[in-house]
Design a protein around this ligand. Structure first.
Ligand code: HEM
Length: 432
């Protein structure tokens, strides 16, 4: 009756990895009332996300359970999704994103002013706060330093909710509408976020200013009949970029600092590059083409700990994947975590080795052996934003401070919607 529920619930990452390694590229899984397929091979991933994407919509857990995002860009489908994506796209255009670089570096420097050598800080918490402030400033022109604490607590509540119940609830036996203590806590956290998001929107609406940022684009957009977006839809879109736009990048940086702290040689290579390229000054977007090792460090960190560790889809019609028949309504489980550590594509797959991205070893990889931002039409809209932000933040922090893990057990990944380090990562700061 419970199918694979218990194995999965105990250890989602380990369970899925074992399934893939033991049973192959397409693994049929059973959960109460649900048939799911774990897809690992890059060609099959490409089939679902890109080549045959019209046969798939977002999986039922994402659609039904991620109610905090409402009907925002990450969830909606069809013509409405296309229209909303087109509306938001200009804010993520390469040129536009490059203009955000200065804010990213300035906010990081502001954070560093509060750091002292010898202190111990939770680097995950620091990064969450920093990336939140950056996304709010660049896309919504809002200063939310005062609300960062509140948002952080609500986010932690939401992520715990989804992870305790096993990624959105393969394991949920009661619907979200039943007032269980967990469901009530979740609703309270969503209400806290709602209050903040609605007040950002309201403030801009009152000021009437068109600052040309994403919020202005959304507020002033009109459909063919001249209608503006209704308040609920606006809230859903803003909530989506705020949540999708900070948690993931913060996680990428948190794991990166941890991995660097554990690998002094890699860290020394990085510092040498930063010294050579920056020579003591703050980085700018013009430095990015020369920060090749920093880029490889981020890439490698997201290979081992992909902040979005799984993508779900539902089949609209019967199809064939990797030689297997997949019926309508089957849930497709695609996991970056599992594919990124597949020894067929990455030698010594569990080792942190940024040089694999520079010495030609990864050149001949199939396109979807590495896909931290997904792919096809639903490719992350913020991928340029995030890649640039991650390298700039790393290049601002690393020359000023060395971060060492505080002795103790290594951080444990918490597979929720994202892959945060459970309980954060406490690191000791040393001034360079
Ligand atoms: C390291 C950082 C990031 C990672 C790993 C990441 C990962 C992803 C992935 C895998 C998807 C596709 C999900 C699917 O196909 O079901 C996605 C979609 C999305 N991401 Fe990101 N993301 C990151 C940063 C950002 C940023 C900075 C923003 C915005 C500022 C953002 C906004 C979005 C949105 C709005 C979507 C939905 C796009 C659509 O369906 O049209 N993400 N992201």
């Amino acid at each position: 009756m419970l199918g694979n529920m218990i194995g999965y619930a105990r250890d989602p990452l380990g369970f899925l990895t074992r399934c893939s390694r033991e049973y192959g590229d397409v693994v049929r899984l059973r959960f109460p009332g649900t048939l799911a397929y774990l897809i690992t091979h890059p060609d099959d991933v490409e089939h679902v996300l890109v080549k045959n994407n019209r046969n798939f919509i977002k999986d039922k857990y994402t659609r039904e359970e991620l109610s905090v995002l409402g009907n925002g860009l990450l969830i909606n489908e069809g013509d409405f999704w296309r229209r909303q994506r087109r509306l938001a796209q200009p804010a993520f255009h390469r040129r536009r994103v490059e203009a955000y670089g200065e804010t990213m570096v300035a906010f990081t420097e502001r954070m560093l002013e509060g750091w002292k050598g010898g202190e111990v800080r939770d680097v995950h918490r620091e990064m969450m706060r920093l990336t939140l402030e950056i996304v709010a400033k660049t896309l919504l022109d809002a200063d939310i330093a005062g609300e960062a604490e509140d948002i952080g607590e609500a986010m932690a509540e939401i992520m715990n909710y989804f992870s305790d119940q096993g990624r959105g609830s393969f394991l949920r036996l009661l619907p979200q509408s039943v007032p269980t203590p967990g469901n009530l806590r979740y609703r309270r956290a969503v209400r806290r976020l709602d209050g903040i998001i609605y007040s950002i929107i309201e403030e801009r609406r009152r000021s009437g200013a068109d600052t040309g940022d994403l919020l202005s684009m959304l507020l002033h957009a009109e459909d063919e009949d001249g209608n503006r977006m209704d308040p609920r839809q606006l809230r859903d879109e803003v909530m989506t970029v705020v949540l999708a736009g900070h948690e993931t990048t913060a996680i990428a940086l948190s794991w990166t600092f941890y991995l660097l702290g554990e690998n002094p040689e890699t860290e020394a290579n990085l510092t040498a590059e930063l010294e050579e390229v920056l020579d003591g000054r703050a980085p700018t977007v013009r430095d990015l083409p020369r920060l090749r090792y920093a880029d490889a460090v981020i890439k490698e960190s997201m290979r081992l700990y992909p902040p979005a560790w799984a993508i779900g889809r539902e089949a609209l019609g019967d199809c064939e994947i990797g030689g297997y028949h997949v019926p309508t309504k089957a849930q497709m489980f695609i996991s970056q975590y599992v594919t990124h550590r597949d020894p067929r594509f990455f030698d010594d797959p569990d080792a942190f080795d940024p040089s694999r991205w520079q010495d030609g070893r990864t050149e001949a990889l199939p396109a979807y052996a590495y896909f931290p931002f997904g792919g096809g039409p639903r490719l992350c809209i913020g991928s340029n934003f995030a890649r640039m932000e991650a390298v700039l933040l790393l290049a601002t922090v690393a020359p000023r401070f060395r971060l060492e893990p505080v002795t103790g057990d290594p951080p444990v990944p918490q597979p929720s919607i994202t892959l945060r380090p459970r309980g954060g990562i406490r690191m000791k700061l040393s001034k360079r």
